[in-house]
Write a protein that binds this ligand. Structure first.
Ligand SMILES: Cc1cc2nc3c(=O)[nH]c(=O)nc-3n(C[C@H](O)[C@H](O)[C@H](O)COP(=O)(O)OP(=O)(O)OC[C@H]3O[C@@H](n4cnc5c(N)ncnc54)[C@H](O)[C@@H]3O)c2cc1C
Length: 447
């Protein structure tokens, strides 16, 4: 089959590009449903989980209006309320703006050390790695209590070997006045990068789908040519031919004007049949983490004042975060139950843990933080893995990405999206990237 444009992958990036290109593109997706990471599942008779928890937030009112018009009335404002449990108290997110939630000694140390960092800072040019960046930005005490243990748990990689690059766009860097205010007037929701957030919450009790998959379905409805159950197995850049595996066997597709791949960059490179060996060796050096999600369906009274999610810094607790799905959408679980999602990160290149053992450890830890008691019954657990989930930036990462992009550009292939660009980005950024790429190739804009 020949098409002007081919789009590989139907996550939000590929879908957005597909919406914009209308009939001139075919979107190929390996899974049986579109959305990639932005999908939702229903288990145990009415317990809904996002594949990975997603809040939709925008920087561009035009894109916000466009997405709202696709989703309709189901899209509800959802400014997040989140909490951080440290070894010295629990503070509302953003941590640095709510230090008064900690015990008095910890709060005072955090404020004093922030003052030292804040007034001694000469810009960030001299910080060579993420650990130094965090220390210089937030001071020693906040790092000891939250930023270091949390990020070590999240990345499972030495922070001094991670470069700063893309990692700071969602870190609120307050004035000293804001820090003081949060130190003495804590646990008040304060504006940060994701305050203007939305979550789909259909009013109908029997809605056929709940959760952020509503966004993917809304985009997919506007894609003219979407081929599901179509796994790309090789790319011949010279002849602009993509081979895919479908239920009936192999199929080939040719693009005339351009190809947008949203598959993870390392996978795309390995599928290109003329990629230089030297480049493939470099690709093997890209670092990442996986996220193991464990969904826990619980019958019993819903816990109160949990917020939407809670971070746990204690290294003895296996999860980085617990997410309370019914706080986003009260109907994400039956009235006599609640849907809990635990996230555990895992080094990208390490063998995964045994599913039953990790699930048992997570349940024990959920009990230890006081969320399960004799009145509540776990009626189901479900385990899945996001691979990759977080890109780990090392000093080599950007050079390798540039080399890959240079090779791909020779053949009219653009690699985009969170894993195609091998970056740390949000749905909004990727929706925009999909729209922008399509506009650029069809010369609708010079973005
Ligand atoms: C833990 C976590 C939390 C997050 N929280 C938020 C949040 O709160 N808000 C927010 O805005 N963003 C959040 N994000 C980011 C958001 O998930 C991504 O920005 C977005 O989903 C990326 O979309 P994508 O289309 O680029 O990639 P993907 O969703 O990965 O899509 C790629 C698609 O390619 C397909 N594919 C792969 N291989 C093949 C193949 N061989 N053949 C055919 N198809 C293939 C995949 O099946 C997939 O559908 C979070 C991400 C993570 C990991």
């Amino acid at each position: 089959m020949v098409s002007d444009y081919l789009i590989l992958g139907a996550g939000v990036t590929g879908l957005s590009a597909g919406v914009e290109l209308e009939e001139s593109a075919i979107v190929l997706e390996k899974d049986s449903s579109p959305g990639g990471l932005v999908r939702s599942f229903c288990f145990d008779g009415g317990y809904w989980y996002d594949y990975v928890l997603h809040l939709l937030h925008f920087k561009d009112p035009e894109i916000q209006a466009r997405i709202a018009s696709y989703i309709g009335d189901d899209m509800k404002p959802c400014p997040p309320e989140a909490w951080i449990q440290t070894l010295e108290g629990t503070a509302m997110y953003p941590f640095q703006l709510n230090l008064g939630g900690l015990n008095e000694g910890a709060r005072n140390r955090c404020i004093t050390d922030y003052a030292k960092a804040y007034y001694h800072k000469n810009g960030h040019e001299t910080e060579k790695n993420y650990k130094e960046y965090l220390r210089a930005t937030f001071g020693e005490a906040m790092c000891d209590l939250f930023y270091f243990p949390y990020n070590e748990k999240l990345y499972k990689y030495p922070l001094e070997k991670i470069t700063v690059d893309d990692l700071t766009w969602n870190l609120h860097q307050p004035s000293f006045e804001e820090i003081l205010k949060g130190g003495f007037e804590p646990n008040v929701p304060r504006a940060t990068y994701n305050t203007n957030a939305f979550y789909p919450a259909p009013s109908a009790k029997d809605a056929p789908v709940r959760g952020m998959e509503i966004l993917s379905r809304a985009l997919a409805k506007n894609v003219r040519n979407l081929e599901l159950n179509t796994r790309v197995i090789s790319v011949d850049p010279e002849s602009k031919t993509i081979t895919a595996l479908k239920e009936g066997g192999e199929a080939t597709y040719q693009y005339e004007s351009g190809c947008l791949s949203t598959m993870p960059l390392p996978l795309l490179m390995r599928l290109c049949n003329n990629a230089p060996q030297e480049l493939l060796k470099q690709v093997d050096e890209l670092e990442f983490t996986k996220v193991i999600s464990i969904a826990i369906s619980i019958k019993g009274e819903r816990p109160k004042n949990t917020g939407h999610w809670k971070y746990y810094t204690d290294p003895a607790i296996p999860f980085t975060r617990l997410i309370f799905m019914n706080e986003f959408d009260a109907q994400a679980a039956p009235e006599d139950g609640w849907a809990l999602l635990a996230e555990v990160t895992w080094p990208g290149k390490q063998t995964l843990p045994d599913e039953n053992t990790l699930t048992a450890q997570v349940l024990d830890a959920v009990r230890s933080v006081g969320l399960l008691n004799d009145e509540s019954t776990v009626i189901g657990t479900h385990f899945w893995v996001l691979d990759p989930a977080y890109v780990v930036f090392t000093p080599k990462t950007q050079g390798i990405i540039n080399n890959c992009f240079e090779y791909l550009a020779k053949y009219g292939i653009t690699s985009s999206g969170r894993y195609g660009k091998w970056e740390y980005s949000s749905m909004y950024q990727n929706i925009k990237a999909g729209f922008d790429w399509a506009k650029k190739v069809t010369k609708k804009s010079f973005a």
